[in-house]
Design a binder for this molecule. Structure first.
Ligand SMILES: C[S@@+](CC[C@H](N)C(=O)[O-])C[C@H]1O[C@@H](n2cnc3c(N)ncnc32)[C@H](O)[C@@H]1O
Length: 271
């Protein structure tokens, strides 16, 4: 696959690079680090939140693969961070096929890491905007790898808070899940201010100062987003408490404070 040289617009903070900095990565620029440090001053535990969010992704997509789903569509993938989604689901079933989607050119520049699929499975990377779900679904690269007549695990991890309009966010989910076969799953995490309103409101101001469009949402908003799907137990919960792995995972989840994690996680099935 060949791509044009990406325009990284390094003078502005980009969420993928700010998040990379939070996770301890090196794919970030001065504007990203300045934005991340402003966020860290208000929310010193944001790195804990980023790691907890990633760990939810691992547990949730592994759960979906264990339900027999072998195809995954991950939108808002971010800069590669091991293990990437295909590594998690291919550890359950090496034939899993995964399509990654992000709009950030820096993620595109790292797409090679997403291509290191188990030879028994397949992966692809599509540069596209979540706001154009029809274009994502009709992309030839996606069609080449995924069969939309069979169940797909659709993951949007730490993504939908960048779509600030509620109607638009719901319409995007409806159009993506509407195109999926019965037996498909939706896996979501979403930032919330419900566990610490004051701090998150101050943070929202920092976000708008750094040029991010960001909207925290609460339980009622997320319930509306997954309307029509069967929510898997334990429901829409602080993301670190969603099915922690074994006694060690449970102890780790207990040690975290939901005010630090500041995010909900949910897995829902299309029947
Ligand atoms: C906070 S990162 C999350 C990365 C990864 N999903 C995770 O949770 O580890 C958000 C990602 O969503 C991407 N993103 C934001 N808005 C998007 C849009 N409208 N379409 C596609 N990707 C988008 C950003 O480029 C970034 O890589």
């Amino acid at each position: 696959m060949e791509y044009d040289e990406p325009d990284l617009a390094t003078e502005r903070a980009h969420s993928a690079r700010v998040y990379d900095y939070m996770l301890g990565g090196k794919d970030n620029y001065a504007a990203d680090r300045a934005a991340a440090e402003a966020i860290l001053r208000l929310w010193p535990a944001v790195r804990i939140a980023a790691v907890a969010n990633r760990s939810f992704m691992h547990r949730a997509v592994r759960f979906v693969a264990e339900q027999g789903v072998t195809q995954f569509l991950d939108i808002g993938t971010g800069i590669p961070t091991e293990p990437n989604l295909h590594q998690v689901v291919q550890s359950v079933n090496p034939t899993c096929r995964v399509v990654y989607v992000d709009k950030d050119p820096l993620v595109l520049a790292h797409a090679a890491a997403f291509m290191r699929s188990d030879p028994r499975g397949r992966t692809a990377y599509v540069q596209a905007d979540l706001r154009e779900p029809a274009a994502i679904l009709s992309s030839p690269d996606l069609r080449d790898v995924l069969d939309t007549d069979r169940p797909i695990g659709l993951s949007m991890i730490a993504l939908l808070h960048f779509v600030t309009d509620d109607d638009e966010a719901r319409a995007i989910i409806a159009s993506l899940t509407g195109a999926l076969a019965p037996g498909s799953f939706l896996v979501l995490t979403h930032g919330t201010d419900e566990f610490d309103r004051e701090r998150m409101q101050a943070l929202a101001e920092v976000f708008s100062g750094t040029g991010f469009d960001y909207r925290f949402r609460g339980l009622a908003d997320l319930t509306a987003m997954v309307d029509g799907l069967d929510v898997v137990e334990p429901g829409i919960v602080p993301l670190h408490t969603w099915r922690p792995d074994g006694p060690r995972g449970e102890a780790a989840a207990r040690a975290l404070d939901r005010r630090d994690v500041a995010g909900y996680g949910v897995v829902a099935r299309k029947s």
